[in-house]
Ligand binder design. Structure first.
Ligand code: SIN
Length: 532
């Protein structure tokens, strides 16, 4: 297939990038791994953070985002996020997304961890992602000229003789002769493939989040930044040690925004002494506090007590969470909810500039797969959907500016070094044990040793499961290597053997794969902060 722009992924980032590229008059083919609605976006509960209250300011949103990012955010990128966010959210509403409103018709705004103002819009109580996905899906379907290819796993980047992105190869799962490897040849490629949560056994991410975009980017020579900063959501529903693999149900931070409190097994609230924002401290602080309680008290979960909010509030604001808990035999109206941290969000990813351009010309990245610099060492709650909205708009504008003519791709060697799909479970287990919330040099060495062993289990079957296993192995190796190198505790990277954030470590870890297939790392320090 041939087009102007090939967009890979169908969450908020991919769908918005497709709409913007179409609005710029470009031909678009959007490819997605399974069904169009199967990515992470529809699982988002809490909402979208944006300054929509006249009493709030972009400067306040900027300050909260920089604080959560613990010295590693790119301030220029955050400024773009907080200033372009509100108009992009209004644009989303004009596309048909309906957000919850107060009785007087104004938008209902709530608060989440790390925010000093009520600035989170939500839909269906706790079903924001479902509504955003619905509205965007409907919008792309209204455009008969936008081609959508489902059940197509992206494999590798095609490049022209000048090294510029010239399309992607795909494995399309179809009937009979339509099953197999194909390609989209394009003048630009936008990766919007989401996260890599499936490198861990316990994650809030859906099964499709296998780091495909980051792995493809690395193979194509693109620079990846700060992949050690994996955010663990403090409150995934804990359904027993036996249920700790695959996608874990999320218990939204918005529940704490409405007043729910974390307690230990004895019913004692423990966040008040930890941070001035108590249960609404930034996510890394809460996840660490929970992990400390779990370690000190030799337990595998704590509780979120929301009973005092009352049945009416809980039913109205959190219908999906209530339904999920009740299906598991837990009624949050009458009992505290068992919760534990689970891998949630990759704050790092393919490094981009403010227009979403990666280090490979013609290759863009948008949403969780990217590292625009807005999240630093820890993402502020509900800034992720916002990032997808804002940077998809900027990519659309950049694509509209100038695209070179389509180039003939040079041959690629797709299929080299593929791994046995069976490595997936062992890999995720090793990552959760050795490279989870708490890490040390020893635990990371042990994880790298497992990854080395798994890397020898090759496969000659070039099917999608093999590619996913290979991608997971590639991103896990980059993550653990970076986590090993960064000898400090900062944001969501917690090193048992280096308890504090070191000024010498205030900088970014860049990773890329050289022409011999070796992972290279470079530390790029940020300029020292001069006291005012
Ligand atoms: C949540 O609802 O707690 C998740 C929101 C987010 O990840 O930003």
């Amino acid at each position: 297939m041939q087009t102007d722009v090939c967009i890979v992924g169908s969450g908020i980032a991919g769908l918005c990038a497709a709409l913007h590229a179409r609005a710029a008059g470009l031909g678009v083919i959007l490819v997605t791994k399974v069904n169009i609605d199967d990515g992470s976006t529809r699982w988002a509960q809490g909402g979208i953070a944006a300054v929509l209250d006249p009493a709030d300011t972009p400067e306040a949103h900027l300050a909260d985002t920089l604080t959560a990012g613990v010295g590693l955010c790119d301030e220029a990128a955050v400024r773009v996020l907080v200033t372009e966010g509100p108009p992009r959210v209004r644009e989303l509403m004009t596309l048909g997304a309906e957000f919850d409103r107060n009785p007087d018709g104004s938008l209902a705004l709530t608060r989440e961890g790390g925010h000093h103002a009520d600035r989170i819009i939500h839909a269906g109580g706790d079903a924001t992602g479902v509504e955003v996905q619905r509205a965007l899906h409907a919008a792309v379907r209204r455009d008969a000229g936008l081609r959508i290819v489902e059940h197509a796993l992206v494999l590798d980047l095609l490049t022209g003789a000048d090294g510029r992105a010239a399309g992607v190869t795909l494995h399309v799962l179809g009937e009979g002769s339509t099953d197999g490897v194909g390609a989209v040849v394009a003048r630009a490629v936008v990766l919007a493939t989401g996260g890599m949560g499936q490198v861990y056994s316990a994650t809030t991410n859906p099964s499709v989040s296998t780091g495909d975009g980051v792995a493809l980017g690395l193979r194509a020579g693109a620079v990846v930044t700060d992949v050690e900063f994996v955010q663990f959501h403090p409150t995934a529903l804990f359904l027993g040690a036996d249920a700790l693999s695959g996608q874990q149900p999320l218990v939204s931070e918005a529940m704490r925004g409405e007043g729910a409190v974390l307690v230990n097994a004895a019913g004692v609230a423990f966040m008040r002494g930890v941070h001035e924002l108590a249960d609404l401290a930034p996510r890394d602080v809460v996840a660490k506090a929970i992990t400390r309680v779990m370690l000190d008290q030799h337990v595998d979960h704590v509780f979120l007590d929301a009973r005092h909010l009352g049945a009416a509030t809980l039913e109205r604001r959190f219908p999906s969470i209530l339904a999920r808990c009740r299906a598991a035999g837990i009624d949050p109206v009458h009992e505290p909810i068992p919760v534990a941290p689970a891998a949630h969000y990759a704050s790092g990813g393919l490094r981009t500039d403010l227009d979403g351009q990666t280090s490979v010309p013609g290759l863009y990245a948008c949403g969780e797969v990217s590292c625009t610099g807005v999240h630093g060492a820890n993402r502020l709650a509900s800034n992720s959907l916002l990032e997808g909205l804002v940077f998809a708009g900027r990519i659309g504008a950049d694509l509209a500016g100038s695209l070179p003519p389509r180039a003939d791709p040079v041959a690629d060697d797709a299929g080299a070094g593929l791994l046995d799909p069976g490595v997936r479970t062992d890999l995720a287990d090793a990552m959760s044990v050795g490279a989870g919330v708490l890490r040390s040099s020893d635990s990371l060495d042990a994880t790298l040793a497992v990854l080395d062993r798994l890397g020898a289990r090759s496969s000659t079957d070039p099917g999608p499961l093999t590619w996913e296993a290979t991608n997971l192995h590639t991103v896990a190796t980059a993550l653990v290597t970076a986590a090993h190198r960064r000898e400090e505790t900062r944001g969501c990277h917690w090193r048992e053997d280096f308890a504090a954030a070191g000024e010498a470590w205030r900088g970014h870890l860049l990773a890329s794969i050289d022409e011999n297939g070796l992972l290279e790392q470079e530390f790029q320090p940020l300029p020292a902060v001069v006291p005012a």
